[in-house]
Ligand binder design. Structure first.
Ligand SMILES: NC(=O)c1ccc[n+]([C@@H]2O[C@H](COP(=O)([O-])OP(=O)(O)OC[C@H]3O[C@@H](n4cnc5c(N)ncnc54)[C@H](O)[C@@H]3O)[C@@H](O)[C@H]2O)c1
Length: 342
């Protein structure tokens, strides 16, 4: 098996999780890491034997020894790094979102086709058993014709100190559900209405709510608020180095049945004098000392498509581009207080 040399851009919380998972995969070697934070780079160097460390990610991208660039940096850097990496003939994994503008997303898709490289976006939910099971149930026509989808994704308030200055929540929390809705609906979005509210006074709103209409007449609603209290049950424990709660629901209504999944409580609880834990059991579980769950399935799938040089049938880049088109329309609709037709 040919060794695949990987360079990771962004070694924050999620970059460190990617590093751990990729180190587990056979035939994969992390040879380089780039981050603007020199302290973080020093820390990673101490804990891992990574050969090349860069403060300028473009230097990592230029290195001809690197086969795969894994982009896990801040959201607004994804587009420029992906475009440059594809131009250098690299296979690219981009953490969600693909970019923060539709224009960049389209360029990424076009360049990937031109350069014949594999590009996949980290739409992790598609690799999570319950969400994938809902897709199967829809495909097997168990629910009949779908009429409506309702989704919500709320995050802890204390995370917003970090993200409220950095990215609109539609590209951070909402993008997960936009991707799921598109996957389940399987039809272009034709109309978007959204509204938002800024509670904390940061650059971006703490909450938004949107209604989407699709060409096949399915109506979907999605809301996301970053206002979950500190005392809420902790469901991200162990691997992600992040304390807090993801409270996400999705409900698919069909003419013959419904399917729904609640991410917030797996049914597993630990109560102590100090805290209530509801450890999440689908996304990045620790199994026999290794990281499993959806993140492992997703990155393994990406390595497999790179080795086989074929596009992903689970998370095609087209859907990520379409999700960005809708995300941009949500921001526009909320700003202009009107319905956006696509
Ligand atoms: N799939 C999921 O469920 C999931 C969960 C968490 C985060 N994420 C995604 O992972 C990415 C990183 O999020 P995070 O929570 O690790 O954030 P983070 O702030 O912890 O890490 C981001 C890192 O990127 C670095 N960075 C910023 N600009 C850079 C640049 N120009 N060049 C090189 N490095 C740069 C920062 O110094 C930081 O170390 C985001 O895209 C986020 O949406 C996905």
């Amino acid at each position: 098996m040919k060794q695949l040399n990987i360079g990771i851009i962004g070694i924050g919380r999620f970059g460190r999780l990617h590093l751990q998972v990729l180190q587990q995969l056979p035939g994969c070697k992390i040879v380089a890491i780039a981050d603007t934070d020199e302290e973080l780079l020093k820390q990673v160097k101490k804990e891992n034997s990574i050969e090349l460390l860069y403060t300028d990610a473009f230097d990592l991208i230029k290195n001809p020894a690197i086969d795969i660039v894994d982009i896990v940096s801040s959201e607004d850097t994804h587009g420029m790094f992906a475009i440059e990496a594809i131009k250098h003939g690299k296979h690219v994994f981009i953490e969600k979102p693909i970019a923060t503008t539709y224009k960049e997303a389209v360029e990424i898709e076009q360049l990937a086709a031109e350069k014949n490289v594999q590009v996949m976006v980290g739409n992790i939910s598609r690799f999570s058993t319950p969400y994938a099971s809902i897709k199967k149930v829809i495909e097997n026509d168990k629910l009949g014709e779908i009429g409506m989808i309702r989704a919500k994704r709320n995050f802890s308030k204390n995370w917003f100190d970090h993200f409220g200055k950095r990215v609109h929540p539609v590209y951070e929390s909402g993008i997960h559900d936009l991707d799921l809705i598109l996957w389940y609906v399987d039809s272009p979005c034709v109309e978007v209405y959204a509204t938002e509210r800024n509670v904390s006074g940061y650059t971006y709103p703490d909450l938004f709510s949107t209604v989407l209409t699709f060409e096949n007449r399915i109506v979907a609603s999605l809301d996301s608020a970053w206002l979950y209290p500190k005392g809420g049950p902790q469901n991200l424990v162990e691997t992600l180095e992040l304390d807090g709660t993801i409270d996400a629901d999705i409900e698919v209504y069909g003419m013959k049945g419904t399917a729904n999944f609640k991410l917030s409580h797996s049914g597993y609880s630990i109560w102590t004098e100090e805290e209530v834990l509801h450890p999440e059991l689908t996304l990045w579980t620790t199994e026999q000392g290794k990281i499993g769950g959806a993140i492992h399935a997703e990155l393994s799938h990406f390595i497999e498509i790179v080795r086989m040089n074929r596009h992903s049938n689970i998370a095609p880049i087209r859907d990520s581009v379409e999700a960005l088109r809708i995300a941009d329309a949500i921001v526009q609709s909320a700003a202009e207080k009107r319905i956006i037709s696509l």
